[in-house]
Design a protein around this ligand. Structure first.
Ligand SMILES: Cc1cc2nc3c(=O)[nH]c(=O)nc-3n(C[C@H](O)[C@H](O)[C@H](O)COP(=O)(O)O)c2cc1C
Length: 405
């Protein structure tokens, strides 16, 4: 675990497998997430990828030699002290054998023995190697020792074209596992419910009324809350996003279904959540009737009868009898900055929320970043343009502070 505000340092150790090229992508993902990455290659790994590639991606010298005369001290001890996480990806069968024996005859194995930080091992090898009794024995020894965490391998096609268990887990999975070790679990014990995405209101079996929400903001909040240790339920309208790790997801379609899912999750007394964050763009209206068969085209003009949907945020605000759960709404508008804040404050009062995140439709929908302002009864705090995951952390910081107040 890394102290809040500190940049995590991750030692990325690469061994001699064809999958070594995928370590470059792992390095890129870790850097993108804000980590400092120290690359380390075994002698065999250098036959598969150049240390220059890893140095270039990470901005750090790639370490290859325990006996480096230019380093005044014990390199493996130094890295062991600096690395918050050690990731070995790909990990060869030979490396697993050396780890299981507790050998320390190169920089990587010496580091693995020396570190007190979490060690993540991502094996990659031919399925026949992975299922060999010697490898099975080494893996079970390492699991019994409890000093390393295995990520993968997966089943699939390996370099030779054969199919089976032994393919390295995806770079995304390995990077996520490494980053999870660096999280401060400051939201552990908190129950957070997030609504996300659009709702779509069906006209007939093939047509619907919808909106442009992609769900990215709500999914980012759910992802960050879970990564920080909260227990998270995500009620999602139709979106094409994958479920963040350790998040319970309930998929819904229309506003009425979203309302049912939210109340089932929150409980009638709203006593099953500490924070509710309503990012979903719930349709204000739905068709008065939904046809069971496809509506046919005619030459005549057509008008639709729409009925108002319930206001899900206002219903929760009105039902709240105590300061819990802390209620966060979102206001997407198309007005000027001042206008958006004024509209957000109006929404805050009318819907009895603790805070409303005000943003412009053009700055928000479908984007990976957002320009938002946190509006409370007394304050307006502009965040500037931030990646949605970073904005998610800021919103969670404010909401969690309110829970603890
Ligand atoms: C082309 C080639 C591909 C290899 N791929 C793998 C592999 O995917 N997994 C593995 O365990 N060993 C693989 N090996 C064998 C390792 O490179 C060899 O066992 C080496 O000694 C491992 O050294 P290291 O663990 O110190 O990096 C491969 C060897 C070659 C020549």
């Amino acid at each position: 675990m890394v102290s809040p505000g500190k940049t995590p340092t991750i030692a990325l150790c690469v061994t001699g497998s064809i999958a070594a090229y995928k370590a470059v992508e792992i390095a890129r993902l870790l850097k993108k997430a804000g980590a400092r990455v120290i690359p380390l290659l075994t002698e065999s790994a250098q036959k598969f990828i150049g240390s220059v590639t890893l140095s270039g991606i990470t901005g750090e010298a790639a370490l290859t030699n325990m006996w480096d005369p230019s380093f005044p001290g014990e390199l493996h001890v130094d890295i062991a002290k600096r690395a918050d996480v050690v990731v070995i990806a790909p990990a060869t069968a030979d490396l697993l054998a050396r780890l299981a024996q507790g050998r320390a005859d190169d920089l990587l194995t010496a580091l693995a023995l020396c570190t007190q930080s979490p060690v993540i091992v991502a094996p990659a090898m031919h399925p026949s190697m992975w299922s060999h009794p010697a490898v099975v024995r080494n893996v079970s020894t390492l699991k019994a020792d409890g000093r390393v965490t295995f990520v993968g391998p997966d089943s699939g096609e390996v370099a030779s074209g054969d199919v089976g268990m032994g393919r390295m887990a995806s770079p995304e999975t390995i990077a996520a596992a490494a980053l999870a070790c660096t999280e401060t679990l400051d939201l552990k014990g908190m129950r957070i419910v997030v609504s996300a995405g659009p709702t779509v209101e069906d006209l007939d079996p093939v047509r619907f009324i919808g909106n442009r929400s992609t769900g990215k903001m709500g999914f980012a909040i759910a992802e960050r809350a879970a990564a920080r240790g909260a227990s998270v339920t995500l009620v999602a309208g139709p979106v094409s996003l994958s479920t963040p790790r350790n998040v319970t997801r309930i998929d819904v379609r229309g506003a009425l279904a979203m309302r049912d899912a939210l109340w089932q999750t929150l409980g009638e007394q709203l006593d099953r959540a500490d924070i509710v964050i309503m990012t979903a763009a719930v349709a204000d209206y739905r068709p008065a009737t939904t046809s069971n068969t496809k509506l046919k085209r005619t030459a005549a003009p057509m008008s639709l009868d729409l009925v108002p949907n319930p206001d899900l945020l206002a219903e929760i605000g009105a039902a709240r009898k105590t300061p819990r759960p802390v209620l966060v709404g979102f206001a997407v508008e198309t007005d000027s900055d001042d206008g958006v804040v004024a509209l957000a404050r109006g929404k805050l009062q009318k819907k009895r929320c603790d805070m409303v995140i005000a943003n412009h439709a053009a700055d928000s929908f479908g984007r990976d970043d957002n320009r938002a302002t946190l509006v409370t009864a007394t304050d307006a705090h502009p965040f500037g343009v931030l990646p949605k995951t970073v904005l998610a952390d800021k919103i969670l910081d404010h909401a969690a502070a309110k829970v603890r107040a």
